[in-house]
Design a protein around this ligand. Structure first.
Ligand SMILES: C[S@@+](CC[C@H](N)C(=O)[O-])C[C@H]1O[C@@H](n2cnc3c(N)ncnc32)[C@H](O)[C@@H]1O
Length: 330
């Protein structure tokens, strides 16, 4: 399992850029950028070095944590996956590239695409002295067009990107990313009902063209959740001092809500059930909402069933459950 917090090399590279950088300017820009995001404006508002660094300091820890949690889930189901090449679409400051590099030591070729020059410049600056990512090929431009010229990769990823595209562009990019995927494609989105819907749409589009889900779903069938229910996960991450300053936050941590799907070309031998919410503990039992091959169930382990109860106590929202829930619970 890879830790959800930014690797030391990336933290050091970000901190090195803080010298001579006004925290109050950065906080103001970070706030303005967040407001634009909340009103659906996307990252076009990131126009210069200050904006890019403010965005990275405020958002990279959370998107990194969400991508890492998604990759951990993928690796649990496919522990032998060892990609050599990565294609990161809508790479921004390189967050997903860093997370993939950390999760997969086998990676040694990194291709990135993004339309934002300030984020590209920051991404290149952050790897300038990196041992882990000594070189990256970062193309500037509209990913829906530029991806045609990219080399295919063992692992393709789009993190917090497809929400910035209209429906037609999103469908086009999803198809193009799959066409460039040698083995596995991961899409990560904000954990909102709209993010869930975009993941559902991409998942259905790709299953229709022969993809198989690795995680989070235990099957390739339609999602069994009925509206207003929806699927998402939560990853806790620590906030550094500068992170707290930029977000005017008091708490030393934050919980990033996200949704993801990982798909591959070959069917996966064994897919676990998935815990869809924080399990509920009462005086008599622990109950976990599980997505299984047979649909969504509430699996319960009574306190008196010591073995099952001990197993259920360890369950967290988002966890994989490999043994049959019926054999875990009583
Ligand atoms: C919220 S940021 C996420 C960046 C990065 N993937 C991460 O997880 O931190 C969205 C990124 O998508 C990029 N983007 C949006 N539409 C794009 C397009 N059509 N072509 C290329 N990049 C695009 C933006 O420039 C921005 O860098």
């Amino acid at each position: 399992m890879t830790a959800p917090d930014l690797p030391a090399e990336l933290t050091a590279a970000l901190n090195a850029r803080l010298h001579g950088f006004s925290r109050s300017d950065a906080a103001a820009r970070s706030d303005a950028i967040s407001q634009t995001y909340r009103s659906g404006g996307g990252s076009a508002t990131i126009r210069n070095e200050t904006d890019a660094l403010a965005y990275a300091l405020a958002r990279m820890p959370a998107t990194y944590a969400a991508v890492t949690a998604s990759l951990n889930a993928l690796q649990e189901v496919r522990p032998d996956f060892a990609p050599a090449s990565l294609l990161d679409c809508g790479a921004g400051p390189g967050t997903a590239t860093w997370a993939c590099a950390e999760a997969f030591p086998s990676l040694d070729a990194f291709t990135l695409l993004d339309a934002n020059p300030a984020l590209r410049a920051l991404a290149l600056g952050l790897v300038q002295d990196s041992h882990r990512i000594p070189a990256m090929d970062y193309t500037l431009g509209d990913a829906t067009a530029k991806i045609a010229d990219a080399l295919s990769a063992d692992l393709v990823i789009a993190s917090y990107v497809i929400n910035e595209l209209n429906d037609a562009a999103r469908t086009k990019l999803v198809a193009a990313m799959w066409a460039k995927t040698n083995d596995t494609l991961v899409i990560v989105e904000p954990g909102t009902p709209a993010g869930y819907q975009r993941i559902l749409d991409a998942r259905a589009q790709l299953i229709n063209t022969g993809a198989h889900v690795i995680a989070p779903c235990p099957h390739d069938d339609a999602c069994p959740l009925a509206k207003p229910d929806w699927c998402h996960f939560s990853q806790r991450l620590q906030r550094s001092r500068v992170h707290k300053q930029l977000k005017s936050a008091e708490l030393p941590y934050e919980d990033e809500k996200f949704i993801y799907v990982a798909l591959t070309r070959e069917p996966v031998a064994r897919r676990p059930s998935r815990v869809l919410a924080q399990p509920l503990t009462t005086k008599i039992a622990i109950t976990a909402k599980l997505c299984t091959n047979e649909g969504v169930i509430a699996a319960s382990a009574p306190r008196r069933a010591k073995q099952a109860y001990t197993k259920f106590r360890k369950l967290d929202w988002g966890d994989a459950v490999f043994d049959s829930p019926a054999s875990s619970a009583e």
